[in-house]
Design a protein around this ligand. Structure first.
Ligand code: G3P
Ligand code: CA
Length: 257
C-alpha cells in the first residue's frame, strides 16, 4: 500500500512577480515592487544576500556591476556603503538614484500592503549557512510582529542555506529551487522538510507536478514569460508561476492575451 501524504493548505497566490516587477523597473528595488503591485500582483519574489557587515539586502548577483553604479563583490561592502549606490540608473533614466533596499524595507512594504513574499536566499559564495540563518532569524522576528500575515516562502538553490534557515526558524515554509533534476534532489527536499519545489519551467510536465504533489509538496515554476508555456504549466497543475511579464499576465485571471 502506498503512503498517502497530506498536501498542506497553500496560502499564496498563483502568480508571483519576479524580482519585484521583473523587467519593467529595476529588479530587486522598492520601485519594482510598486510597479508589480500597480499591475495587481499580490506576491513577489526577490533575491536576498548579506552585506559585509551582515545586513540582509536585495541583489541578484554576487557582484555589483550589472545592477548598481559600483563594481566588485557585494559581500566586501558594508551596508552604509551599499545604501548609497544607484540601483536604478542601469535600467533607465527615470529610475536613476533608486537605492538598493534592505530586506527589512521590502518586508515592511509587503506587510503593510497585505502582500505575500517569496525570499530567495541568494548567498554570496561561502556565506550559504550564514545567509540562511540571518534571513530566517530576521523573518521570524518581523512576521511575529504581524500576527495573521502570510509567512514568507524561503527558497534557495543552496541546500546549506535552507538547512540553516530550517534550524533558525523551522516554522517558516521552505522551497528547494532546481535548475535541473540533480542526483539526490528528492532526498534533499524531503530532508529539508520542503513545502515546495520551485523548478525551471522547462523541467516540468504533468507527471512531475503530480509526483511532487503526491509527496506532499507544491510545485512552482520560474521564470514563465511566454503565454503558451504559462498555459501548458497551468494545465499541468502547477501551484505557482513566477514571471517577469507582469504587464501581460493578470494575476488571478489567467492570461491577458
Ligand atoms: O526564484 C526563482 C528565480 O528567481 C530563480 O532564478 O536567477 O532569477 O534568481 P534567478
Ligand atoms: Ca531569484
Amino acid at each position: 500500500m502506498s503512503t498517502a501524504f497530506r498536501l498542506e493548505p497553500w496560502p499564496y497566490p498563483r502568480w508571483i512577480a519576479h524580482r519585484g516587477a521583473g523587467k519593467l523597473a529595476p529588479e530587486n528595488t522598492l520601485a519594482a515592487f510598486r510597479v508589480g503591485a500597480a499591475h495587481g500582483y499580490r506576491m513577489f519574489e526577490c533575491d536576498a544576500k548579506l552585506s559585509g557587515d551582515g545586513v540582509p539586502f536585495l541583489l541578484h548577483d554576487a557582484t555589483l556591476e550589472r545592477t548598481t553604479s559600483a563594481r566588485g563583490q557585494a559581500a566586501e561592502w558594508t551596508w552604509a556603503e551599499l545604501s548609497r549606490l544607484d540601483a536604478g540608473g542601469w535600467h533607465s533614466r527615470s529610475y536613476a538614484g533608486e537605492p538598493p533596499p534592505t530586506l527589512e524595507a521590502v518586508v515592511r512594504f509587503v506587510l503593510r500592503n497585505g502582500h505575500a513574499l517569496n525570499i530567495e536566499i541568494k548567498p554570496s559564495p561561502g556565506a550559504e549557512a550564514l545567509t540562511g540563518q540571518a534571513v530566517a532569524e530576521h523573518c521570524r522576528r518581523w512576521w511575529s510582529a504581524t500576527p495573521g500575515a502570510v509567512p514568507p516562502l524561503l527558497t534557495s538553490f543552496k541546500p546549506a542555506a535552507l538547512r540553516a534557515a530550517r534550524a533558525a526558524a523551522p516554522e517558516l515554509p521552505r522551497g528547494l529551487l532546481l535548475d535541473h533534476w540533480w542526483e539526490g534532489w528528492w532526498d534533499e527536499a524531503q530532508a529539508l522538510d520542503c513545502s515546495a519545489v520551485v523548478a525551471h519551467f522547462g523541467m516540468l510536465d504533468a507527471a512531475a507536478v503530480e509526483g511532487l504533489r503526491a509527496a506532499g509538496m507544491r510545485c512552482l515554476a520560474y521564470t514563465v514569460n511566454d503565454a503558451c508555456e504559462a498555459d501548458r504549466l497551468l494545465q499541468a497543475g502547477v501551484d505557482g508561476l513566477i514571471t517577469d511579464a507582469v504587464d501581460r499576465f493578470a494575476p488571478g485571471e489567467g492570461l491577458l492575451d
